[in-house]
Design a protein around this ligand. Structure first.
Ligand code: ATP
Ligand code: MG
Length: 311
């Protein structure tokens, strides 16, 4: 189990300890000694992947595998030994009472906890066969592969066009103006916003309605071609109509992306997800098919939460 302190991992030498035994190993998913894995997540150096990291190869249907993940804020432990495999092209809902660690866990998946000075993460998180807390992983690239949409729509104070073009520009994804126009148009189309904004692309993104702003943030996230999208209560600031549009969009996006969504709405979790994880006081209590979690929960704490007795 690698013990990694994200905010200081560059200063301390985070040693790769022997990898834990993985559940299922798919030979075709194994790395081949190049620094690029099958789905494109690269390490910062060109050095071949070590044998311990080859052992981390995943079942192809597992996109993200977490083992024994603990998070501490200073002395306080917020997550306890979370073991959770997230499947490709599935929507996975994270539910549970306020303060149970949903956002903390979500932030582990693209190392957003690195930006919190007192946060410390231990355990392993493997995305596409790469240990994302390995000190050689380029965090900027990781966050491009594992994008995030926040609770409150947060467009940049720039035009609609620039909001979407920003990421592709810094990642060098467009070689010409027409390339960039195409990326912007396609991203806005995939986010279901193009029809509403195609004739006002150079107006400020902040001038859009809340629901439009959230779809703009989704367009911004998908413009850099992530393979995973993390969403932390993406609809909590939206009205029911905008929520329905975003939920429909999540269903469409699942074809091409793996989505992890935190929600306080049980109805939303039931509508949009195929898998649900129930967290309680920092523990992952139950994880399974969404229908099973809602119709036949195995743990009493899950049962109490979904029937409104706690939370
Ligand atoms: N930046 C931080 N510094 C210190 N403690 C934190 C920080 N962020 C979260 N915590 C603590 O970690 C625990 C889990 O918080 P987290 O935000 O992950 O919960 P949550 O399940 O997302 O809650 P909510 O549903 O209210 O958003 C809480 O006890 C919280 O107080
Ligand atoms: Mg939260």
């Amino acid at each position: 189990m690698a013990d990694v302190t994200p905010s200081t991992s560059k200063k301390k030498s985070a040693k790769a300890k022997p990898a834990p035994k993985r559940k299922a190993e798919a030979p075709e998913a194994k790395t081949n000694g190049n620094s690029t894995d099958a789905t494109g997540l690269r390490t910062k150096t060109d050095r071949p992947l070590t044998s311990s990291r080859q052992d981390l190869a995943l079942d192809p249907s597992t996109k993200i595998s977490s083992s024994d993940v603990c998070v501490f804020y200073g002395d306080k432990q917020a997550l306890f030994d979370v073991n959770l495999d997230i499947l490709s092209n599935h929507v996975t809902a994270l539910i549970g009472p306020s303060g149970c660690g949903k956002s903390t866990y979500l932030r582990c998946l693209n190392r957003m906890n690195d930006v919190i000075d007192i946060a410390r993460v231990t355990g392993n998180i493997i995305v596409d066969g790469i240990d994302i807390y390995d000190p050689d992983v380029d965090v900027v690239e990781l966050r491009a592969r594992v994008g995030m949409v926040f609770q409150k729509p947060n467009p940049f104070p720039k035009s609609i066009y620039e909001n979407v073009a920003y990421g592709p520009r810094i990642h060098g994804l467009a070689s010409s103006k027409s390339d960039m126009d195409e990326i912007v148009e396609n991203s806005l189309k995939r986010a279901g916003l193009w029809k509403e904004v195609h004739d006002r692309l150079h107006e400020p993104g902040t001038g859009l309605s809340g629901g439009q702003q959230q779809r703009l943030c989704i367009a911004r996230a998908i413009a850099i071609s992530p393979s995973v999208i993390l969403m932390d209560e993406p609809c909590s600031a939206l009205d029911p109509i905008a929520t329905a549009i975003v939920e429909e969009l999540i269903e469409e996006l699942r074809e091409n992306y793996t989505i992890v969504i935190v929600t306080h709405s049980m109805q939303q979790a039931a509508r949009v997800s195929q898998r649900t994880a129930y967290f309680h006081l920092g523990y992952l209590v139950e994880y399974g098919e969404t229908d099973q979690i809602f119709q036949a929960p195995r743990d009493e704490r899950t049962q109490n939460y979904i029937t409104g007795r706690i939370g």
